[in-house]
Design a protein around this ligand. Structure first.
Ligand code: GLU
Length: 478
């Protein structure tokens, strides 16, 4: 049977990496076995659901390349259908109206607590006669709807955790519809999964305790029960549940930090899934090929940021050039930078140089800024070390004089620039480093950069001269 799976986020915040991993595993199963990956937005909590969160979730899924099949289902639009199914359960005596007020329920709960007896709902409204119900309805008394638990236990086989048995003797006849007519999560999720044809529910461990109730509903409705699999939690390095305290936790944050979608995708796949091989950097196709639900661990996975950083740097370094160019061009466009035709070749050369130095896209963009912008600020330590030195301003001024007398073509040959700087240093009885360090700071504002001669070639004469001028002004005002 082809798997019909779904991702069913509640749009109450960002797309958390835990949610993203659930989405990825579902997507992988669907793609591997040519099934369907459906998306349902569980927006029934009107107070906490936001449009912005829906936008973030969709953007995050798209960014990770998790395309879904069919139209998105919005749970809030299905309220009538949920009510209809609750009516069916009432009609078939699998559910009953509960007219107990919150105050009554609370005092019963307190009584049970004080007398150390079972706190389970005492079933007052289970025993109402038809006449009583009609009378209460006529009096327009508010009611919720409870599911009638008849069994002693329920069990199912979880794809990840194995056999799971629940004792129902202590379980309340749980509410399936609130007094305002809205369905509770358990009800809505079962109706929606059934109507969407979902035959495999793969979701977080936090839902494990909901599954027995959902199975009871499936049985009462005479619907076929999907398979269930519950993914273990994701923990931080200190083995507590991954949260804001551990740093970035949303897909958006990793994206903003310059992580590549293919790296995050690959990394999240390895969180709890064992590919059965040493190699960890794998393409999407390789992962689809290797993915098996029975290789998902049943113990929690630890989120190792350093491993993500390592994986990302490998993706950066091994990125095909056209992709690198795509990222660079997009950044230029977004930041309104453009190139003159005569700059293109040098820019491509620069891209290759900075690729190996970039561990993230943020690093790459940072290097691109060096190309387009004269330094706005100079590294503080660099200023102390190289600019606040006797004679530096004069030295740079002289160098400027030498460079400006060269013709443009001289800047095309890196080795010539190398020879020239070394000769200039020798003429001033200086080690080359004494010229190179302040020059680097003048050209980039930083103490570290790609090779200085390559940089001079890439920036070319006009930019080199004007940046030295700015640095000399800066030094003179120190
Ligand atoms: N909406 C639920 C959540 O975001 C998921 C429900 C489910 O997967 O059954 O946790």
């Amino acid at each position: 049977m082809k798997p019909i799976v779904r991702f069913a986020p509640s749009p109450t915040g960002f797309l958390h990496v835990g949610g993203a991993r659930t989405a990825i595993f579902n997507w992988l199963i669907a793609r591997k076995l040519h099934g369907k990956f459906l998306l349902r937005i569980e927006d029934t909590d009107r107070q906490r659901s936001t449009e912005e969160s829906i936008r973030q979730i969709l953007e995050g899924l798209n960014w990770l390349g998790l395309n879904w099949d069919d139209d998105i289902v919005f749970q809030s639009a299905r309220n009538d259908r949920h009510k209809e199914v609750v009516e069916d359960l009432l009609a078939n005596d699998h559910a009953y109206r509960c007219f107990c007020t919150p105050e009554e329920l609370e005092s019963k709960r307190l009584y049970a607590e004080q007398h150390k007896i079972n706190k389970r709902y005492d079933g007052t409204c289970r025993k109402l006669s038809r006449e009583q119900i009609s009378e209460f309805l006529e009096r327009k008394m508010p009611f919720s709807v409870r599911f009638k638990i008849e069994e002693q236990k329920t069990e199912f086989t979880d794809l990840i955790h194995g056999r799971h048995q629940t004792d129902l003797t202590d379980m309340d006849d749980f509410i399936i519809q609130r007094s305002d007519g809205t369905p509770v999560y358990q009800m809505a999720v079962v109706v929606d999964d059934h109507d969407m044809g979902v035959n495999l529910v793969l979701r977080g461990d936090d839902h494990l305790s909901n599954t027995p109730k959902q199975i009871l509903l499936y049985k009462a409705l005479g619907w076929s029960i999907p398979q269930f699999g519950h993914l273990p939690l994701i923990l931080g390095k200190d083995k507590t549940r991954l949260s804001k305290r551990h740093g970035a936790t949303s897909v958006q944050e990793f994206r903003n930090n310059g992580i590549l979608p293919e790296a995050l995708f690959n990394f999240l796949c390895l969180l709890g899934w064992n590919p059965g091989q040493e190699q960890e950097k794998m393409s999407r196709e390789e992962i689809i090929d290797l993915f098996e639900v029975n290789r998902i661990n049943h113990t929690p996975a630890v989120f190792d940021e350093q491993k993500l950083a390592w994986l990302n740097s490998r993706y950066m370094v091994e990125m095909p050039f056209d992709q690198l160019l795509f990222h660079a061009e997009k950044w230029c466009k977004d930041n309104q930078y453009s190139l003159r035709p005569d700059e293109e070749e040098r820019f491509m050369f620069y891209l290759k140089i900075i690729q190996v130095r970039s561990k993230t896209l943020t690093d790459l963009y940072d290097f691109l800024k060096i190309y387009f912008d004269s330094p706005q600020i100079y590294d503080e330590k660099g200023v102390q070390k190289y600019f606040k030195k006797e004679g530096v301003s004069e030295l740079l001024k002289k160098l400027r004089g030498t460079l400006s007398s060269l013709d443009d073509l001289h800047f095309d040959a890196i080795d010539k620039l190398d020879g020239l700087i070394r000769q200039f240093a020798a003429e001033h009885n200086l080690a080359a480093a004494k010229v190179i360090h302040p020059l680097r700071l003048a050209l980039t504002g930083r103490t570290e950069s790609p090779g200085i001669f390559e940089l001079m070639h890439i920036l070319h004469k006009d930019k080199v001269i004007s940046r030295i001028d700015s640095a000399v002004d800066y030094i003179n005002n120190l």
